[in-house]
Design a protein around this ligand. Structure first.
Ligand SMILES: [Zn+2]
Length: 360
């Protein structure tokens, strides 16, 4: 079944990188775009699911005044007040997904939050500063050295370390996670594979899909074949694999297994991703994503044979990047190196990172 958009409005907005309109996507389910500031992804879809007398949100989106207003006024148009939010289901802990959770929970302390235990642990690790928020490893270790980054570029990777003033919005993220930990409600549902969301009405189950983050979860509503895919499966882009703290080394193996797992779902499910547009053709998209990573592995094997320098940096420099390796700086450079490291680890190549990865 070929990949086909289910919304011409959403795919047009994605193509133009503008905010799409709020749309009803199924009976009692709406897609509410929440803007992400200064980011090529432009928005995250928050999905609102009618739940008896109120509503449940999957991924409330990035935090901020404008975002809060965008989300709450879209909900108001649908007839829901903040007090009507019964709960928040989180696909993974990244800021463009969980960001608004603390603000919503502060206004509505009776609401529950549901997320996988591994992503809760990741937030705690950031909160306690046991690992670096930018690199996901022990902040005392020099990831740039381990990856073989030439000395004249160390500052770019080190700028991501905690305490650096060059880290951009990173310190805001630290505040966010602190806030998130201090405002977690009593009513917290730690998800595992197969857990059901505590809905008043209807049945939505979680599936554990580690890869993009170790605790990444997707949600499935069987009755009308809805698949809330988070960042696990996106229509046109591939999620970053290799940045998650605690799981950098095995993230690609996890991700490929998680792709196999969603092959159990019906071929004609409606895929409701966090970015892009909703579509059908899950199995074809799955095959494309698997192929993408196998091509990457093939490229890495070829590069390994072509050069004697088997450092992560040297291998990454020889791979194809959409805007060229030279154009990668700071965070993007580190993301490319982490992704290369995850692929090298998958091939059984010792990258010297195993001992660096943050532990609880
Ligand atoms: Zn995302």
């Amino acid at each position: 079944m070929a990949i086909e958009t289910l919304s011409s409005q959403q795919s047009a907005a994605w193509k133009d990188r503008v905010l799409p309109p709020v749309e009803k996507v199924a009976e009692g389910v709406w897609a509410l775009p929440v803007p992400i500031p200064n980011n090529p992804l432009v928005y995250t879809y928050c999905y609102a699911i009618a739940d008896g007398t109120g509503v449940v949100l999957i991924d409330p989106g990035w935090d901020g005044k404008d975002q809060y207003l965008a989300l709450t006024s879209a909900l108001a148009d649908l007839g829901f007040k903040v007090a009507d939010i019964h709960g928040l289901a989180i696909t993974h802990y990244h800021r463009d997904h969980i960001g608004l959770a603390p603000a919503l929970l502060a206004k509505n302390p009776d609401a529950w939050i549901a997320m996988h235990g591994e992503d809760l642990r990741a937030i705690k690790r950031f909160y306690t500063n046991a690992v670096d928020l930018g690199t996901g490893v022990d902040p005392n270790l020099n990831i740039a050295r381990v990856y073989g980054v030439p000395e004249d570029r160390w500052a770019e990777v080190e700028s991501l370390q905690v305490g650096s003033s060059k880290g951009g919005s990173k310190n805001d993220s630290m505040d966010l996670y602190k806030q998130a930990m201090s405002q977690l409600p009593e009513n917290i549902h730690v998800l595992d594979d197969g857990s059901e969301l505590p809905l008043e009405d209807g049945r939505v189950t979680a599936m554990w899909t580690p890869g993009h983050t170790y605790g990444h979860s997707v949600f499935v509503r069987d009755e009308d074949k809805l698949f809330f895919s988070g960042d696990h499966v996106l229509p046109t882009i591939t999620p970053n694999i290799g940045l998650d703290s605690g799981a950098i080394t095995h993230s690609l193996g996890d991700y490929l297994r998680s792709l196999e797992k969603i092959g159990q779902l019906d071929e004609d499910v409606a895929v409701l991703p966090a970015h892009g547009f909703r579509f059908t053709g899950l199995h074809d998209r799955k095959v494309e994503l698997v192929e993408h990573h196998h091509e990457r592995l093939g490229e890495i094997r070829a590069r390994m044979e072509a050069t004697d320098d088997h450092s992560v940096y040297s291998i990454a420099a020889g791979l194809h990047w959409s805007r060229g390796f030279e154009s990668l700086h700071n965070f993007n450079l580190f993301a490319a190196l982490a992704e290369t490291a995850a692929h090298m680890h998958y091939l059984g190549i010792d990258i010297g990172v195993g001992s660096l990865v943050g532990k609880d």
